[in-house]
Design a protein around this ligand. Structure first.
Ligand code: ATP
Length: 331
C-alpha cells in the first residue's frame, strides 16, 4: 500500500513527521514516499511544485500534506501549488470532520462533518471592473452539485450518520443556490437518510446554539470555508482539525491549519490535526482498524490531561508525541 507525504513549509514538516511516526506504529505495510512542495521547494529547486511531486501524486491513491508558506515578497507570477493540485486532480470535495475531543477543549459539544464544494462558487477567481466597482463571477453547476451531494450521501452511509443538511442562501441567490438546493433533494431522495436544508446564517448560529441537531452539512465553497473555520474554533481550534480534499483518483489529506510561521521551528506545534488526517487517510486506504487506533489514542492522551500549548497545556510536540505513542502502544 503506497501513499505520498508532502511535509511542505513552516510547521508542516514538524506535524507530518509526528503523523508518520503514528502511522508507522499501526500500519506496517504502508509504503510512504516523500515529495516536495511550497516555498522551501522553490528555494531548493526553483519551482513551488516540482514535476516529480505531480508524478508521484498521479501514481498514488492518497497523500498526506502538511502546509505551505506563500512567497514572502509579492510575485505576480505565483500560483498556489495547492490550488493547482486541486484543479489538476479535480479534488472536488473538501471534507472536514469536526468533533470536540475532550470536554476541557473547545467551547461547544460538536460532532459534525462539513462537505464543501471545492472547485467553483465564489472561488472562480474571475473578476472584472465595471463602472464604479468590480463584479465577481460565482459559478454553480449542476454537475458539481450532484457529485458533491453524492459524496456526502456516500460518506453518511459509510460513517453511519443519520442526517444531511444542505446549507445555502437560496432566499437571496434564488437561481444558483436554488439549483444546489433542488439537486440536493433530488439526489438524497430515497437514500434512507434524513435530509433537510438551512440558510447559511442559520447554520452559523446553529453550530453554536443547537449543535446536536447538525450531523453532515453539505455546502458551497464560500459557506463551507467560513463554517468549517467556525466549527473548528468551537471544537478546540486549528490544532485539532483534520481534512481531506477528495477527488475520484486522489485524496489529499491535510490538517486544516496553515504553516504557522509564528511558531515554526519552536517545537510547539500541536500534531493532533495531522495525526487525525493520517487516520482519515488510513481509513480511506481500507485500514479502518489502524485508523480507529490512531483516533482513540488521541482521545485517551487528551483525557489523561496531556496538552500542547495551543490547548492550554505545557507540552511541546515531542513531549506530546511521547505520551501519545505510549498510549497508542497500549491499544
Ligand atoms: P499560513 O499563512 O500558512 O496560513 P497562518 O499563521 O496565517 O499561516 P495558520 O498556520 O493556520 O495561519 O495559523 C493561525 C494561528 O494558529 C497561528 O497563530 C498559529 O500559530 C496557530 N496554529 C496553527 N496551527 C497550529 C498547530 N498545529 N499548533 C499550534 N498552533 C497552531
Amino acid at each position: 500500500m503506497r501513499a505520498a507525504i508532502i511535509p511542505g513549509d513552516g510547521i508542516g514538516p514538524e506535524v507530518i513527521s509526528a503523523a508518520v511516526r503514528a502511522l508507522e506504529a499501526v500500519s506496517s505495510d504502508l509504503e510512504i514516499e516523500e515529495a516536495e512542495m511550497g516555498l522551501g521547494a522553490f528555494q531548493r529547486t526553483g519551482t513551488y511544485l516540482p514535476e516529480r511531486t505531480l508524478e508521484l501524486l498521479r501514481d498514488v491513491p492518497a497523500a498526506l500534506f502538511g502546509a505551505i508558506t506563500s512567497p514572502l515578497t509579492y510575485d505576480p507570477t505565483y500560483r498556489s501549488p495547492l490550488l493547482r493540485i486541486r484543479k489538476e486532480f479535480d479534488l472536488y470535495a473538501n471534507i472536514r470532520p469536526v468533533r470536540r475531543l475532550n470536554e476541557d477543549i473547545g467551547l461547544v459539544d460538536l460532532d459534525v462533518v462539513i462537505v464543501r464544494e471545492n472547485t467553483e462558487g465564489m472561488y472562480t477567481g474571475v473578476e472584472r471592473d465595471v463602472e464604479g466597482g468590480v463584479v465577481t463571477e460565482r459559478l454553480v453547476t449542476e454537475r458539481a452539485c450532484e457529485r458533491l451531494v453524492d459524496r456526502a450521501v456516500q460518506l453518511s452511509r459509510e460513517q453511519g450518520r443519520r442526517k444531511i443538511t444542505c446549507v445555502h442562501k437560496s432566499n437571496v441567490l434564488r437561481r444558483s443556490d436554488g439549483l444546489f438546493r433542488k439537486v440536493f433533494y433530488e439526489r438524497t431522495e430515497g437514500k434512507g437518510i434524513e435530509a433537510n436544508d438551512m440558510l447559511v446564517d442559520a447554520a452559523a448560529a446553529a453550530l453554536v446554539s443547537k449543535p446536536q441537531e447538525l450531523d453532515v452539512l453539505v455546502t458551497l465553497n464560500l459557506y463551507g470555508d467560513i463554517l468549517s473555520d467556525e466549527a473548528a474554533a468551537l471544537a478546540g481550534g486549528l490544532g485539532f482539525a483534520p481534512s481531506v480534499n477528495m477527488g475520484d483518483e486522489l485524496a489529499l489529506f491535510e490538517p486544516t491549519h496553515g504553516s504557522a510561521p509564528d511558531i515554526a521551528g519552536k517545537g510547539i506545534a500541536n500534531p493532533t490535526a495531522a495525526i487525525l488526517s493520517a487516520a482519515m487517510m488510513l481509513r480511506h486506504l481500507g485500514r479502518g482498524e489502524g485508523a480507529a487506533k490512531l483516533e482513540k489514542a488521541i482521545e485517551r492522551t487528551l483525557s489523561l490531561g496531556h496538552r500542547t500549548y495551543d490547548a492550554g497545556g505545557r507540552l511541546g510536540t515531542e513531549a506530546f508525541m511521547k505520551k501519545y505513542l505510549e498510549v497508542l502502544g497500549t491499544l
